[in-house]
Design a protein around this ligand. Sequence first.
Ligand SMILES: [Zn+2]
Length: 272
Amino acid sequence: MPPPRLARSARRAGPALESQSDVAATGSLPRTDRRRRIDLSGLVDLVLPRACAGCAGPSQSLCPECVDNLIGACFDGGPVPALPYPPPLRLQSVWAAAAYEGTLTTVLRAYKDDGRRDLLPWLSALLEQSLTALILVRGVPAGSIVVPLPSSVRANRFRGDRPVEALVADAAGRVGLSTVRGLRMRRRVRDAVGLRSAERMSNIADAMAGDARLLKGQQVVLADDIMTTGASMAEAQRAVRSAGGVVVGRVVVASAARTVMAESLPFPRQLG
Ligand SMILES: [Zn+2]
């Protein structure tokens, strides 16, 4: 089995994170100022998580075994153009780096809902791979912008920040694209967990609004963390088009198990 293309990037994310810690620990202090260095190291030790987000074992961020599990969730040969089955009307393929399962599920939840923002580099490395595949295989017009799918008002309140937007912005920056917060939720939606595909579609229908001042005439890559039924992605696509934008690509970190490779679907005219 050939190693997933994102293995190398994903592996790079860890050392980069650790080296940032090293910088924080040592800073640019003179080497002779040992006492202050020790004080700062203690501070870093207090601030940084000391449990692996995947298995709760003793590790900063992710332990080597969970990193391997994360890489194991990646699709063989790199990101794939995926679609849920049945695909929502007019939704075209969504590039996904990994299957939403196992350790990746735990890591994404920990990142979004348990305050483990230290996991951003790992997840961003995966989303970067999805973006890179879209750009290399399908092509993206120069000047395209990346627009994150909005989280619900309730999720934003609960989290206090916007971790999905931060993830999208970081990954977009890695491939030289800028991120624009051009979509927002304009009404409350139910928590989609446990809803069937058709229920999700009606739950999210017309729930998003695009900012025409930011989106009109723009070529837009839509980005999110997970795709399950594709209902949110389809709604985001509708909202961007209503605001005068053109959707030129769609990417996620991971797609749920029920999604299939777009090429295997009998609807070639829907593929994009
Ligand atoms: Zn672990």
